[in-house]
Design a protein around this ligand. Sequence first.
Ligand SMILES: Nc1ncnc2c1ncn2[C@@H]1O[C@H](COP(=O)(O)OP(=O)(O)OP(=O)(O)O)[C@@H](O)[C@H]1O
Ligand SMILES: [Mg+2]
Length: 308
Amino acid sequence: MLNISHLSKSFNSLKAVDDISFEVDKGEIFGFLGPNGAGKTTTISMISGLLKPDSGKIIIDGLDQDTNIKKIKKLMGVVPQDMAFYEELTAKENLSFWGKLHGMGKKTLNERMAYLLTKTGLSGRENDPLKKYSGGMKRRINLIIGLIHQPKLLLLDEPTLGIDVQTKLNIYEIIQEASEKDSTVIYTTHNLKEAEELCHRIAIIDNGKILAIGTLEELIQIVGEKDIVLIQGNFKAEQASQIIIQFKEAETLSLKDENIVLSVEASKEIPVILEGFFKAGLPVNSISIKQPNLESVFLKLTGKELRE
Ligand SMILES: Nc1ncnc2c1ncn2[C@@H]1O[C@H](COP(=O)(O)OP(=O)(O)OP(=O)(O)O)[C@@H](O)[C@H]1O
Ligand SMILES: [Mg+2]
């Protein structure tokens, strides 16, 4: 459904998107996971036709985006990170406007509108102008405007930012339903849990580059079978590193003052590593051991923690 090859975009000397390629199948929910400034929005903007790539190709439903942008816009729904609606108009008026623009008939439009408003907890407020909505309510209406016409390709740029837990779950349901009806979904997020729970496949992006693509299981294999161990204590990064270097089996995923994360077989190696800290006179205050997850994959690939 979507085929991206060697896509790049720079802003002056900054490579916001740096030679990325990926394919997304029909009906797939494809996660684009990366920290602030990774290049997620820039990629989405190029796919939606808002921003012209410096180089690379975008094929959507068999159509080259370069020469078929009008046709492509018809089959696409875009939910931008920044709000895109008319503040002075009501929720209903906004949804009608966008629905009609996409050629929806009155009956289908009304049914779809009622469904989406209920699902996002906005029914009862549909006749208020959007300028009277709270921040979270604005995010919800921003989302359903992009979904109203049941697009074949749905581009969602951090759609659940600032939304409460219950509404988030309803939004996941809407997205899953869209996918079951064969809509293809590109879902950008910097939330690990969201990527794990919602996405069929995930691309990890940082500094404009895709570092890995796969299902959750495939990505977790990158860190292997070993445990993820976090050691905290009163030590400098350099001191901890000098101890860890003696243990060939231990791989350092992240290293900071007072805080080191290792990929290691915990039951075997932890006692000796702790002894190393003890002998060097470096106090350890706490240890936590976890199974490999998306967080550890992210750490391993980027050397960064991804926190909300
Ligand atoms: N219009 C622009 N002009 C100059 N630089 C830009 C522009 N848009 C984005 N950038 C830069 O490109 C890089 C990628 O930005 P982008 O908005 O794609 O990141 P993102 O992954 O969406 O981040 P976030 O999670 O914060 O939304 C950043 O360093 C950003 O400063
Ligand atoms: Mg963004």
